[in-house]
Design a protein around this ligand. Structure first.
Ligand SMILES: CC(C)(COP(=O)(O)OP(=O)(O)OC[C@H]1O[C@@H](n2cnc3c(N)ncnc32)[C@H](O)[C@@H]1OP(=O)(O)O)[C@@H](O)C(=O)NCCC(=O)NCCS
Length: 210
């Protein structure tokens, strides 16, 4: 599976981020107006998080292309490959993630645009474990607390599916993601693996209860 191979979780590496977009009223603008490192702002009105629906195919495709453009080393697929995939393939994948207990995707939508995404998938050969994959927030929504809501949604789905553990892998160097996950209770398991598509990179594994 180009998006998330059944046996390999989505990975991430910390890219060189430019300044976060700061449209008025955005989380980033709010952050900029507050203390320099104010972190997540519980007072921000977060968009609701929900499971994807089959009708989300175009929106999910858009956020998929955005995440690959924004963070090219963070995910297993290249932007070119994703852009070349037929829409029908995206649509089928989104439909598959909209129901069932093996794989799911959760999104937050603002004005018809998906601004946050997180997937969950039953871990291959590890009963009771869900892999968290394709975690991405549009720049405006970073630092807003939306990540916690997305991970909560994956966790609730995992528990309901009878999998009480969450696992994810992050490319070594993606410190922002590692810190964000630590704040959500994930701990480094000590496991290190070679990145499946860029062998020069290593990934660290993190886990927590769902
Ligand atoms: C990784 C990601 C999901 C984390 O979400 P987040 O909302 O940024 O997480 P946090 O709010 O916990 O912030 C993480 C760090 O970034 C900082 N930060 C938050 N918003 C920021 C902004 N607008 N500009 C600069 N830094 C910001 C936080 O202060 C925090 O830094 P600290 O650890 O030094 O305190 C998100 O940054 C993202 O989508 N990144 C690109 C894709 C990616 O790497 N995905 C991970 C896949 S494993």
């Amino acid at each position: 599976m180009a998006d998330v191979p059944a046996s390999i979780p989505q990975t991430a590496i910390e890219p060189e981020f430019g300044p976060a977009a700061e449209r008025p009223g955005s989380a980033a603008a709010d952050r900029a107006a507050g203390p320099a490192d104010s972190g997540p702002r519980p007072d921000l009105a977060l968009p609701p998080v929900r499971r994807v629906r089959p009708t989300d195919a175009a929106r999910v495709r858009a956020i998929r292309l955005e995440m690959l453009a924004d963070s090219p080393l963070a995910f297993l697929e290249t932007l070119a490959d994703a852009a070349a995939r037929p829409h029908a393939e995206f649509a089928a994948r989104v439909a598959g993630m909209s129901t069932g207990t093996r794989t799911a995707a959760f999104v937050a939508e603002v004005d018809g645009r998906v601004v946050g995404h997180a997937g969950g998938q039953a871990a291959h050969g590890q009963p009771g474990v869900s892999v968290v994959f394709a975690v991405y927030l549009s720049p405006d929504w970073r630092g807003s607390g939306l990540l916690a809501a997305l991970v909560d949604a994956v966790a609730a789905w995992s528990r309901a599916a009878g999998r009480p553990e969450l696992m994810l892998e992050v490319v070594v160097g993606n410190d922002r993601a590692v810190r964000a996950y630590e704040r959500l209770g994930f701990v480094d398991t000590g496991v290190r693996v070679t990145h499946p598509t860029v062998p020069i990179l290593r990934e660290l594994q993190m886990a927590r209860r769902a």
